[in-house]
Design a protein around this ligand. Structure first.
Ligand code: ATP
Ligand code: MG
Ligand code: MG
Length: 428
């Protein structure tokens, strides 16, 4: 992809925008861009530099993302709405063409990483609550104040706010800015490696430091990483507005990443900001359990869309007939009674039971958490609470959860059966 129209190759120490930003190390990449940690000489701070591929369709997408991010930044000068802030944007010309670049505030690991750190066991409910509040604040701002639908909400697109801010605390963060491309080697190769080694060594030291602190103050039973996360103020921001749209100006019919996709999108019944509320519920479930709420797969005689609809009904009950038959694509999946044509005999396993049986929640935690989630997973989009309403829900202010301390003996003896095993699928 590092060819004409593709990514721009960056080396440590490269400068951008007339020397204002200096590349430090690569943070990540996506289908459209590479993202680099950069040092902003003008304001002596670290930023994230997103360098778009250069072909016209990527430039077009970047212009759209810049438009959305600008609306977000203009509407919120205080930078406290849990949405990533655009700092600057410019064009950069390189051997592969002209690349649009976005300068964003520098954030930390994604929630997907956090879930991996938990070994896919899920986070403590108190942490889940803190993260949920941030995401809801972001959605409330986007939906109510700006009329923006994110359309791709998922753990990967929510980044933690670095707890050690390298701008305020460069020593503890293990970062010191590299201000120019390392010299002494005509092509920069060997010297670059030394610099990268230095960066890695500093990063390792920082990790060791955090680990030591964690193992000194931890509570028995939890993993080292879990302990490391104890007491950390869990704050995060929503990122990746490449697919966002305006509520009154939509572009795509098929939106959202598969597992987080709302039923009205599958049925092509039209959508609104309530699709983000559906994805939010899927994300909250995943944070608390470590597993995705729905992982649809195609099988013999049915598509992944049909499996997805079946999984939803097994968890949430039968879809009201009017909704099932009301979409442009309803006829592909449902008969006129509102029953799935090719997947029969669904096994209902409601959310509160699933949380107890499969994820070993206490009865109380399970009941409270599913009372929070279920309204967000209403098949009728207009019945889902808004982010503003959801922020008022009592679950967000509960303390001292007892997750994983299973109280009822019977639930321990239940066999852990995947939901798909309980379903009989009939080919056409
Ligand atoms: P996608 O294919 O997901 O649309 P993309 O090309 O639009 O990708 P992003 O998802 O915006 O790119 O960013 C790619 C990765 O770069 C992210 O997953 C994340 O790891 C990292 N990243 C993005 N923005 C920031 C930021 N502000 N601070 C730190 N890291 C970031
Ligand atoms: Mg992304
Ligand atoms: Mg994107």
């Amino acid at each position: 992809s590092y060819r004409k129209g593709g990514y721009h190759a960056v080396r440590v120490g490269d400068s951008f925008s007339g020397g204002r930003y200096i590349a430090q190390r690569k943070l990540g990449w996506g289908q459209f861009s590479t993202v680099w940690l950069a040092y902003d000489i003008q304001f002596s701070r670290y930023v994230a530099l997103k360098i778009q591929k250069s072909a016209p369709q990527f430039a077009q997408a970047a212009l759209h993302e810049i438009e959305v991010l600008s609306a977000i930044a203009d509407g919120n000068p205080s930078n406290n709405k849990c949405v990533v802030q655009l700092v600057d944007h410019f064009k950069h010309t390189g051997p592969n063409g002209q690349h649009l670049c976005m300068v964003l505030e520098f954030l930390g690991d994604s929630l997907l990483r956090l879930i991996k750190y938990s070994h896919y066991k899920g986070l403590e409910l108190n942490k889940v609550r803190e993260i949920c509040k941030c995401i809801l604040n972001a959605l409330d701002y986007l939906h109510r104040e700006l009329g923006i639908i994110h359309t791709d909400l998922k753990p990967e697109n929510i980044l933690l706010i670095s707890t050690i801010d390298p701008n305020k605390d460069p020593i503890r963060s293990g970062l010191t800015p590299i201000l120019e491309r390392p010299e002494g080697n005509p092509n920069g190769g060997a010297t670059m490696n030394i610099v990268e080694k230095q960066l890695k060594r500093r990063a390792r030291k920082a990790v060791a430091r955090i680990g030591r602190r964690a193992s000194m103050g931890g509570v028995g039973g939890s993993t080292k990483v879990e302990r490391c996360l104890d007491g950390i103020d869990m704050r995060c921001k929503v990122v990746d507005f490449g697919n966002a749209c305006w509520a009154d100006k939509q572009f795509a019919e098929e939106i959202q990443t598969r597992q987080y996709r709302a039923p009205e999108v599958i049925l092509c019944s039209g959508y609104s900001s309530s699709v983000d509320m559906w994805s939010f519920a899927c994300t909250a479930f995943e944070l608390a359990t470590g597993e995705m709420m729905f992982t649809p797969k195609s099988g013999q005689g049915f598509s992944d869309d049909e499996d997805h609809l079946a999984l939803m009904m097994e968890l949430l009950g039968k879809m009201p007939r009017k909704i099932a038959v009301g979409g442009a694509r309803s006829k592909d999946y449902f008969d006129r009674h509102g029953d799935l044509k090719r997947i029969r005999r669904l096994k209902y396993w409601p959310l509160d039971r699933l949380l107890v049986d499969k994820f070993k929640f206490s009865d109380n935690d399970a009941r409270e958490f599913s009372e929070f989630l279920c309204p967000l997973l209403d098949f009728a989009p207009e019945n889902r609470p808004t982010a503003q309403q959801c922020l008022q829900h009592p679950w967000l202010n509960i303390r001292n959860s007892t997750k994983n301390e299973v109280k009822s003996e019977s639930s321990l003896q239940k066999v852990d059966v995947g939901m798909s095993n309980l379903k009989i699928k009939v080919g056409k």
